[in-house]
Design a protein. Structure first.
Length: 134
């Protein structure tokens, strides 16, 4: 968490109680929707939902958090960590399995060579049918 706090300070943003609590809510948790983050933060400090959305946008712009899309559901947010996480979601029941193995390093390297971009992050969404629904 100290890395995220340091990045906020180094880029000229204040280390507000609300921002600290948002990062704390997302630390070691599955992706959360804004309302879940709001419910966590309001237990620790005075805040309204619009403040949560404003801060989520700032933290996302800085690369500290990322938006995770889920079929038919509100956007979810997760903390960006050095270790990569992906999920596979069932199209029928919505069950989700998160896995931390990332097999895309070789593909990213090839894309960098072909495009001359330096890729900093990626987002992969996988959808299928879970064993219970199959």
């Amino acid at each position: 968490m100290d890395d995220q706090f340091g990045k906020l300070k180094s880029q000229g943003y204040k280390l507000t109680k609300q921002r600290c609590e948002i990062l704390e809510a997302l630390d070691d948790s599955p992706p959360l929707v804004a309302e879940e983050i709001f419910n966590f933060v309001k237990k620790h400090c005075k805040v309204n939902l619009s403040t949560i959305y404003r801060n989520l946008a700032i933290l996302q712009k800085m690369g500290l958090i990322r938006k995770v899309n889920s079929l038919g559901q509100a956007n979810q947010y997760e903390l960006v960590k050095s270790n990569c996480k992906h999920a596979v979601e069932c199209l029928k029941c919505g069950a989700k399995v998160i896995f931390s193995e990332c097999f895309f390093d070789q593909m990213v390297a090839e894309i960098e060579v072909k495009t001359h971009y330096k890729i900093k992050k990626h987002n992969l969404e996988l959808y299928g049918t879970c064993p219970n629904c199959a």
